[in-house]
Design a protein around this ligand. Sequence first.
Ligand code: PMP
Length: 311
Amino acid sequence: MVTDEIFVSEVLLNRIKKLHRHFGNTPLHHFSRMVPQKGVMLFAKKEWQQMGGSVKTRAAYYIFRSAIEFGWLNEHKTLLDATSGNTGISYAALGKELGIPVTLCLPENASSERKEILKALGAEIIYTSRFEGTDGAQQVARELAEQYPDKYFYADQYKNDNNWKAHYHTTAVEIYHAIPGITHFVAGLGTSGTFVGTGRRLKEYNPNIKLISLQPDSAMHALEGWKHMETAMVPAIYDDVLADETAEVSTEEAFETLVAIYQQEGLLVSPSSAANIAGAIRIANSLKSGIVVTVMPDNSDKYSDIISRLF
Ligand code: PMP
C-alpha cells in the first residue's frame, strides 16, 4: 500500500509475522533448593531461551512489528536506537532476518562480547561516552534521528509503548497461564518495559498479586541493564505508581547470589538475573505461603569478565 507519506511493505509484514514463533514462550525454573521452605515457591523465566538470547527480543519484536505495520519502517529506512547491548542484539538479529539495516548507539565500555555479537549480526555501531552510559547513548541517537529523519526510524525503546506492551501481551500471559496461583511478581527496572507491561496485565488478572520493583542501591553499580532511577534519565514508559513495593539490590548481593544460583540450582546467569533472584528470595523469605515469580533476562554468556572474577 502506498500513501502520500508512508509506505507499508507487505513483504516485510509477512516476514515479521513469520518470526513470531521465535520469541517468548520461555520455560520456568523452580528454585526448589534456594527456597526450600514449605508453602513458598519461587519460579523464574529463562529469558535467554529465545531468539537473540535475552528478554529484550520481546520488546524488539513488538517495536519492529508496529513500525512496519504503520509504515514508519520499510526497506528504505534504517532502525536506530540507543542500547546497552541486549536490545541491540535483538534488533540486529531481527533486522538481519527482515533485511532492515540497524544502527545502534552504544556506550563504548559495553562488553567485548556484545560488540562482537553486534558486528557479527551486521549492525552499525556508533560508540558513545563511557561516562554517560545509556543516557548519553540516547542523547546521540536522538540527535541523529533529528538530523536525518528520512534515513532513520528512531525506535526509542525508553519511550515506545510497544516495549511494555510486548510484556503485557506475552510475558504476563505466559506467567499467569503457567502459574495462576502467583502471589508476587518481582523485576528490576531498566527501560522498565518488563516490570510495567507484565505488572499491569497481572494486576488485571488478579488485583491481589503484589508487584515489587527492584533497583540498584546506588548510581555506581555493575548490574548491566538496570537503572538507578533517582540519578538516571527516567524512561517515559515508566509508571511510578504501579509497584506495591520497591526494593534495592547491591552489586555485591547480586554477585553472591549469582555464585549461589550456580552452586545450588546449576544455572549460570547474568548479574541482573541474579539480582532479580536476590530480590525475589528476600520476598519469598518474608512469606508464610505464596508463589513468587520473576524473570532471568539473560544468561552469563556475555559477561565473561565478571564470571572469571567470581569463580
Ligand atoms: N537485565 C538486562 C540484562 C537487560 O538487558 C535489561 C534491559 N535493559 C534489563 C535487565 C531490564 O529490562 P527492562 O528494560 O525491560 O526494564
